[in-house]
Design a protein around this ligand. Structure first.
Ligand code: CMP
Length: 365
């Protein structure tokens, strides 16, 4: 859905983005009376043009759907609902007799057109769905503290300030501003007991929001790890070196690797430095710069293993030849891999021995 949006029947995505930027700017300017009074024709002209773009986009979507079922499916989809609202909100408000200046403010729904393109929002939705349980528990605590605080402050302050603490619902306003630590200062408890409650509520507020932040932050980190894992897993599966592994072993190896995308002509390994990781080439290629020649390594090859198996010192420069995706295995994970997957350990060992012999032969001749 997202790929089709803004590219309907030759309407480039850029046109939608431009219309969106101009439309929102015009909506903001519309509310500044002196500017609106002077440039009313221009501002409304821009808004009508933007509306025309969105209406065209909506109609083009509808007409390009070949069957009635497809049309209905589009209209019921989140993108279809946003397109419909973008095309119809302002004309509907105008036709119901709302003044043009107020009717155009319904154009704020145009901003929703950005929602399907924002990957951050999709990620947030996934985090909220996954962490719904803990988030709901904290919400329940929040509401509980809110109600208890309102009741206690009502008891403490109702005689002293009947106008603002005369009922529990009236005291709720104070409880919300205090628990969220906003504290406008418009309603303040006067009695010592009321102040004691206020202090406790403020401390609870800090704790509750800390909990929410913690849950969301760990949720985001876990989601990021999951996405990275899926991408890395795909790469690992494609590297021939790992092709003999079963799914469980591939999953195990994937957890040890991290992805690294590099442009051409980047020096990955410098001769003489200490080695703390090795690399597998998932795509692209690198050149190993030996004293007398260059060895080209490509997809499925690995390098950087010799330092880890020997004296820990790199014996050649390694430079990317083209845009490359590498899978990096850090020293600790290298030890784990060698211990857990003897078949891979053997292959790495024998290739390192072959390379050592090759280099030694070249040096002596
Ligand atoms: P290391 O010594 O850790 O860092 C440089 C890397 O270049 C080395 O590990 C090997 O992976 C690689 N390398 C060294 N010699 C050769 C060779 N003859 N053929 C292919 N790769 C090599």
């Amino acid at each position: 859905m997202a790929e089709n949006r803004g590219a309907i029947r030759g309407l480039p995505g850029r046109a939608t983005h431009l219309a969106l930027a101009l439309g929102i700017a015009a909506l903001l300017v519309l509310t500044i009376e002196p500017i609106y009074a002077r440039g009313r024709i221009w501002i409304e002209g821009i808004l009508w043009c933007c509306l025309a773009v969105f209406a065209w986009e909506w109609i083009a979507h509808l007409t390009s759907a070949p069957t009635v079922r497809r049309k209905l499916r589009y209209l019921a989809s989140p993108g279809g609902l946003i397109d419909t609202a973008s095309a119809l909100a302002v004309p509907s408000a105008l036709s119901f007799g709302v003044s043009p200046k107020s009717a155009w403010l319904f154009g704020a729904v145009w901003l929703l057109k950005l929602a399907p393109e924002m990957s951050g929002l999709r990620q947030l939705r996934r985090v909220i769905v996954r962490e719904a349980g803990p988030l709901a528990s904290v919400l329940a605590i929040f509401l509980l503290v809110l109600l208890v605080a309102s009741m206690l402050v009502y008891l403490a302050e109702r005689d002293e300030q009947p106008d603002v603490f005369g009922s529990v619902p009236a005291a709720l306003w104070w409880a919300v501003t205090t628990l969220t630590t906003t504290g406008y200062g418009d309603v303040v408890p006067h009695t010592p007991f009321g102040r004691l409650i206020a202090s406790a509520v403020m401390i609870c507020g800090v704790g509750i929001f800390g909990l929410w932040t913690g849950i969301l932050a760990t949720g985001f980190a876990a989601e990021q790890r999951r996405q990275n894992f899926v991408k890395t897993w795909e790469y690992v599966r494609r590297v021939p070196f790992f092709s003999k592994l079963g799914p469980a072993a591939i999953t195990d190896v994937t957890q040890m690797l991290r992805r690294l995308d590099l442009p051409p002509r980047v020096t990955i390994i410098r001769k003489g430095t200490a080695g703390d990781c090795m690399y597998f080439i998932a795509s692209g290629g690198v050149d190993v710069e030996l004293p007398d020649k260059r060895v080209a390594l490509g997809e499925g090859d690995f390098f950087g293993e010799m330092a880890l198996l020997g004296a820990n010192i790199r014996n050649a420069n390694v430079v990317t030849r083209q845009l490359s995706t590498l899978l990096v295995l850090d020293l600790v994970e290298f030890r784990l891999l060698m211990a857990r997957h003897p078949e891979l350990a053997e292959a790495i060992d024998s290739e390192a021995t072959r390379r050592r012999h090759e280099n030694a032969t070249v040096t002596t001749t």
